[in-house]
Design a protein around this ligand. Structure first.
Ligand SMILES: Nc1ncnc2c1ncn2[C@@H]1O[C@H](COP(=O)(O)OP(=O)(O)OP(=O)(O)O)[C@@H](O)[C@H]1O
Ligand SMILES: [Mg+2]
Length: 408
């Protein structure tokens, strides 16, 4: 037994020492296929997407090859929501959830590869955002220091070992260490896409939270920040209303039966986040449990409230543009799950009659997989030693190369 171990160790050392440098293998690959993984604040599913890198001088771009939304088992979803509540005893659960989500992410990769008939050996690398467990967007005192923080779970070592593919993960903390707020990160991809669409374009993402990147009339006007809630409040109300049978208001059907409660909406529009100057970011910490306690307690949940929450998403977006953009946008490209809610799309089209309001798919960028694709490309930039944060969006003091490498 002991003897066998020595032989194995010798064999292993030999294997490691003769293996070419990992990052040079990626650079030398003829066709660079990269997988992006993302689970957002909605905890609706794990998005896995395969992209092919398109070399383009200093700013490589990409083409989407295919994607899947991989289901999150109900008990794991419950566990993730428990972690958000940050109760005593969460730490052991967090530790295990990190590994469990790593396994789920690996499964998502293998299912995607099977669907698009690509073998793991053909994949250069995975860029994994993970699942945000907690995000401290504003400075808070911690034992004498003013700090921000962000914790994404879904252990990259598990993903790497289960798929045999190197993984770049844990992006946000590098931006925070450079003085930024670690969010939003997707403007990195928007910048690359903006070139083909032209000036005065807004990329609006509507996930759990809403966020935008605006490319103004002059090349130098760029702004990115979180506009406020996306689907988070709507989803919460629908889960309660349906007794847990539904996760979201599919195609806005429930909301369409209700009316906007204008007085209530007016109160919600007073939320201090909406008035804060960008750059700014928000999350479940402001529009999750706290919001429900302060703004929704004792209200009867039904179609009227769901309609009002949907309209809240629309109005916070409109309000953000009017307040913070120098000009009304010529083009508004909507991505994220909110692009599939017709009430949101109709509301935005009505509010901006002189702008072209379109979904990501209509603009040639997948509404569903854009975020996951952004993390795939960010992972690739890491291996190429290219900056992948966007300081004007996050407030970071300098560009940095975000990410950490886990080997199979
Ligand atoms: N057909 C649909 N009708 C209405 N809403 C939809 C539909 N499809 C998706 N959605 C909404 O989109 C949400 C998921 O969006 P997405 O995956 O972009 O968010 P996310 O995972 O929270 O990402 P982010 O990190 O951007 O917050 C769902 O929870 C749901 O509210
Ligand atoms: Mg999602």
């Amino acid at each position: 037994m002991f003897h066998n171990n020595i032989i194995n160790m010798k064999y292993l050392f030999k294997k490691i020492l003769t293996k070419p440098h990992l990052l040079s293998i990626i650079t030398d690959m003829e066709k660079k296929i990269v997988i992006g993984l993302m689970s957002g604040t909605s905890v609706d599913s794990v998005d896995a997407v395969a992209i092919e890198i398109k070399e383009n001088g200093e700013r490589p771009g990409m083409e989407i090859l295919g994607g899947i939304s991989h289901a999150i088992p109900a008990d794991l979803k419950t566990l993730i929501f428990e972690l958000f509540e940050d109760r005593a005893g969460s730490l052991k659960k967090l530790c295990l959830a990190n590994m469990r989500i790593g396994h789920l992410f690996a499964e998502a990769v293998l299912t995607l590869l099977d669907k698009i008939s690509i073998k793991p050996e053909q994949v250069a690398l995975i860029g994994s955002h993970g699942q945000t467990a907690y995000h401290v967007a504003d400075l808070e005192n911690c034992c004498g220091m003013e700090l921000r923080g962000s914790l994404q779970i879904g252990e990259a070592s598990v993903i790497a070992q289960k798929t045999g593919i190197p993984v770049v993960s844990d992006f946000r903390v590098a931006d925070i260490a450079a003085g930024g707020s670690g969010a939003p990160l997707v403007p990195f991809l928007d910048e690359i896409l903006a070139g083909s669409l032209g000036p005065n374009t807004v990329f609006q993402n509507i996930g759990g939270i809403g966020n935008l990147t605006w490319f103004g009339k002059a090349g130098s006007d760029i702004l990115a920040f979180d506009t406020g809630p996306g689907n988070m409040i709507i989803d919460h109300l629908v889960v309660e209303y349906s007794g847990g049978k539904l996760n979201f208001d599919t195609d806005g059907k429930i909301g369409r039966e209700g009316m906007v409660l204008e007085d209530l909406l007016k109160k919600w529009m007073e939320h201090p986040y909406l008035k804060a100057e960008p750059p700014k970011s928000t999350g479940r910490e402001e529009f999750g449990g706290e919001f429900f306690k302060t703004y929704l307690e004792n209200l009867e949940i039904g179609p009227d409230l769901i309609r009002t929450a949907t309209e809240y998403t629309v109005r916070t977006i409109v309000d953000s543009y009017e307040r913070f953009l120098d000009a009304l946008p010529k083009r508004i490209v909507i991505a994220g799950g909110g692009a599939f809610n017709p009430l949101i799309m109709e509301g935005l089209k009505a509010a901006f009659p002189d702008s072209e309001v379109m979904t990501g798919d209509e603009a040639g960028i997948s509404s569903e997989f854009k975020e996951a694709a952004a993390f795939a490309l960010m992972g690739y930039y890491f291996t190429e030693e290219l900056y992948n944060n966007v300081p004007y969006a996050t407030g970071a003091k300098r560009p940095v190369i975000m990410g950490k490498l886990s080997r199979p």
